[in-house]
Ligand binder design. Sequence first.
Ligand code: HEC
Length: 500
Amino acid sequence: MKKIILTFFSLLGLLIAVVALLLASGTVSLDGLRMAANVMFGVEGPSLEESAAHQNYELPPGFALQIFASDLPRARFMRFTPAGDLLVSRPHSGDIVLLRKDADGDGRHDGRESVLMDLNRPQGLDFYRGWLYVAERDKVGRINFSTGRAIGPYRTVLDNLTGDGNHWSKTLRVGPDELIYLTQGSTCNACIEKDPRRAAMMRFRPDGREAEIIATGLRNSVGFDWAPWDGGLYATDNGRDMLGDDFPVCELNLIEKGRFYGWPYFNDNNVPDPDMGDDPFADQRSPTAPVHGFAAHNAPLGISFIDTSGWPGDYQRVALVALHGSWNRSSADGYKVVSLHFTQNGIEQRDFLTGFHQDGRIFGRPVDVIQGPDKAIYISDDYAGAIYRVVVADESTTTSPTARPVGLSTNQRESAAPDWLQQADAERMAAAGEQLYAQHQCGRCHQEGENPVSLAGLSRRMGYTAVIDALQAPQAPMPLFPLSTLEQRQLAVYLLNHDQ
Ligand code: HEC
């Protein structure tokens, strides 16, 4: 271990030079991210210096930002348990994590534990009468949570879902009508789906029976929620790619049963798609236009209507929406949380939390935004591996988010050496990892080619567990390699101690 630390430091000088060179040469461009589908990665992870970026995150006056968790790589969707703890899904790690509520008032969670593991890319989650429902890539399951922890078997409620192609993640919510609502994205950018449940919203009874498709033509509606004032069901939707920087808009749709929302034949405000030709079912349906357009490629994901009583400023009839940020665009856009104001004159969009994108560099990507039982706002970030908490500022918090030291710190990540490493010869494992890296030609995507996915600074954004997760459940286009547990560990030791 000592040796490896020494090697690490001797390589550190080199690393700093390489990083400086990359930054100076402008290699950190969004073009480098095109091949990267929905996940941003070609940029170096937040370095200690860069993590100070969080101190520049901006909120409207009267709110303060806290870091509720900074040790959750790939955090996606969130839901509060009846006891007020926060559950977070992590599709890439196949688990659901519980963050204990902040009882000591320091703004951070009071510990974490795993609730469910070894699931197939779980994303959507919600509670119904003591059951925790989870939407996996291929099914919906549930487990008894009535005692405040998961007990008994995890059982399938709805199976045989398809999880192929793009947009395999599924979002699930329990409706005010006590039915379970599920959205599934399209397999592709623009095409005709074989499985009619893809690019659609469906609902079913809590026991899985009477499943029906209620809305179609939704390319990738990752977030949805019901307006408290009239029960309207609003869903975000990601517009298609490859039609330029500013077309089509990403959508907010008002979902009504039986409606067709356009994809793949219409984009934006019902503009016919240039690649698809006429809708063959045009005599049976006409497309419903979005009620609001987010800027093209902004990738709206989670949405929640907010109880804004006690909020400073003008917030009535408000939903918050997490914009994950663009990849198919020549300059980055999105990467923020916005508030939607439902007024008599329509829906108005304002910035709420910004700063994830500064000077051409990406520090975080918001995924889900929900309100806690404490009325604070919680925002998950699958790039920084963090959960932010936004509170109304008072004497006990600071009035400005800039005044509070909120930088992510490396030692809060999962970088502590796991048990298996303490008993191993790290130097030999790293050497074996290096050989595996060469043997499987990892460098063909991570070092060579036009837009390599940089693994520089990996140790600052991932720990051993997270790297092993990434090898076990790689995100397309990275293939699944036939690696033994030992080989995965060897690669992790190599990657985390010899920055590429
Ligand atoms: C065909 C191209 C390709 C090959 C080959 C490949 N990768 Fe990847 N890898 C990717 C892409 C693309 C991502 C980003 C996936 C995502 O998060 O969306 C990635 C992500 C990763 C990550 C997570 C990095 C992060 O910041 O999230 C690790 C670790 C990784 N790869 C290691 C490896 C190793 C080790 C090998 C060889 C055994 C390998 N990769 C081979 C394309 C590839």
